[in-house]
Design a protein around this ligand. Structure first.
Ligand SMILES: [Zn+2]
Length: 249
């Protein structure tokens, strides 16, 4: 986590020299010229800025979809007039940026993870570096069990172990399978509920962005809460995967 990531409050404005169209010299939008319609060379912007959106988490997905389709048409590389030109290349780059931005922002979890990435938090990096650390120190990588799940996970692991043993010796314990199935359902419900919890932090985040963009400490607090929810959610997802693997083995 770098300090600059915390203080990077608003998306950077476009550089001066990208404000006018390469073809007609008019003012341009981020992607294409509003006067002559020519596609412009891509400038490095984040996905929110690409769609002209503020860095907020509650977003109108229907409106996002609408502007995705509009931009898709305007940036499409297969327009005859662009064939074989530099403009066609830009248009391919812009289109692929558009697709990535849309795929990321329309999904609530990907959108949150992306915003956290802009804030300097790499969720995958965290687990990757934990794995590497474990490898170099020779420790077994331990996933931290979310405290509210400790008891449940402990019991579930014992049941899974019992089921594995049963399967090994060819025994069939329908009651045990049913009990594990029930636990799995409860985990899936928790997984679902975490999305709602996450959305309460979206509200805090968005109102903070509206209110006071320089609230560094509050920003870090809300950010950490979102990281915690996403980690717990990942933990549960992996656990359900383990359960399925044993049930289907
Ligand atoms: Zn133009």
């Amino acid at each position: 986590m770098t300090k600059s990531a915390l203080t990077a409050i608003h998306p950077k404005p476009l550089p001066e020299d990208t404000h006018s169209c390469w073809s007609c010299g008019s003012m341009r939008a981020a992607h294409f010229c509003e006067s002559c319609g020519k596609v412009q060379p891509p400038v490095p912007v984040d996905y929110f800025t690409f769609f002209g959106l503020p860095l907020k988490l509650n977003l109108d997905v229907a409106a996002l979809e609408k502007s995705f389709y509009e931009l898709s048409r305007k940036l499409h590389p297969d327009l005859n007039a662009r064939a074989g030109s530099q403009e066609q290349e830009w248009s391919m780059e812009q289109s692929s940026l558009l697709n990535d931005a849309y795929r990321t922002l329309k999904d609530p979890i990907k959108r949150t993870a992306y915003l956290l990435h802009l804030e300097g938090v790499e969720l995958e990096e965290q687990s990757k570096s934990a794995t590497e650390k474990a490898r170099t120190t020779g420790e077994i990588k331990k996933q931290i069990v979310p405290p509210d799940l400790l008891e449940e996970v402990f019991e579930l692991n014992m049941q899974l172990e019992e089921l594995r043993m049963n399967k090994k010796v060819g025994e069939d314990d329908a009651a045990l399978v049913a009990e594990i199935g029930k636990q799995k359902q409860s985990l899936e419900a928790k997984h679902e509920a975490l999305l709602q919890e996450l959305q309460t932090y979206w509200k805090s985040w968005d109102s903070m962005i509206d209110r006071s963009p320089a609230a560094v400490e509050e920003r870090a607090q809300v950010r950490d809460k979102m990281v915690d929810v996403l980690n717990r959610r990942n933990y549960i997802r992996n656990l359900v995967r383990d359960v399925n693997a044993v049930l289907e083995s």
